[in-house]
Write a protein that binds this ligand. Sequence first.
Ligand code: ZN
Ligand code: ZN
Length: 354
Amino acid sequence: MSFFISFFLVSFLFSSPCLSTRTTPIFSSKPINPTNYHKIQGTWHEFEKFAGANKGNQINGISELKKYFHRFGYLKRMDNLNFTDLFDDHLEHALIKYQEKLGLSVTGKLDDNTVSQIISPRCGVSDSTPKLFMHAKRNYVFFTGKPRWSRSIPITLTYAFSPENVINSLSMSETKDAFQRAFNHWASVIPVTFLESNDYGFADIKIGFYKGEHGDGEPFDGVLGVLAHAFSPETGRFHLDAAETWSVDFEREESDVAIDLESVATHEIGHLLGLAHTSVQEAVMFPSLKPREMKVNLKMDDIKGIQALYGSNPNFSYQALSESDTSTNNGVNLRKRPLTWSDFILVLVLWLSM
Ligand code: ZN
Ligand code: ZN
């Protein structure tokens, strides 16, 4: 018995986590219920009522779900006709493609897990990509034509924030710090450096927060739903939905619909560099992100994909990655601290006292 307690203590001492790149607390004082947002009247909330619907039935409003699948690349519009409210073969086929892409059980049905994934907030970039650029064993995906920033390596890209399209809920320095951390995640694995510029007009990457229709045919939709979108290389446009409750610290921002800015920024930068959506749920390039969820550490799938486009940063090592990649602790790099004599004495005292 005492052996097991000591073993537990030693294991604990060897694995004490400490925060690395992020200075804000990871754990919210408020209990996080990842399903809380289902009760919130956000975008796509209405789709919940379709859970359990069967093929062949006429279902009021299911044409909106067809539009959703059309928007994200799973359903073609036949002869420019409007979508009907019939749960038809086309919708079943779209569901199968969606379930395959998002790593769900492939049922072709509107089961609870599928509906839950459909209503999750997500990136506005379509999941549609040519088969040619999908990798059967790897899961990272490129855009059509495999575009990347074409200048010679090592590359420096500048980024700037729109002076007009800003949010007031975060200070500019908080916003900039979150983006700097997000750019650093990618810069640490590929030979690309990101420099902030004050010259918005000439920056390679242009970042802004927008509401609703904002001139690129991809209007934002209010709270939850689409969170942000970015364009493939070498466009450099990066738009975030100003209606979201953007957060850099869940301890301070207690809203059930708070969205972690660094997580979304890291994902969208992947698009700006040339990655499309992956099927690996843990990866940064997976299309959805739940409220109050943090996903900032690049996973092996993200890194293999981006290094296939740009090569490796000479300072990058897989050893450093293995710790964060295998960590299930969102946003935290586990680093083991060296044991001290006081640790051994503590174990010894506990052992003798049993
Ligand atoms: Zn995306
Ligand atoms: Zn836009």
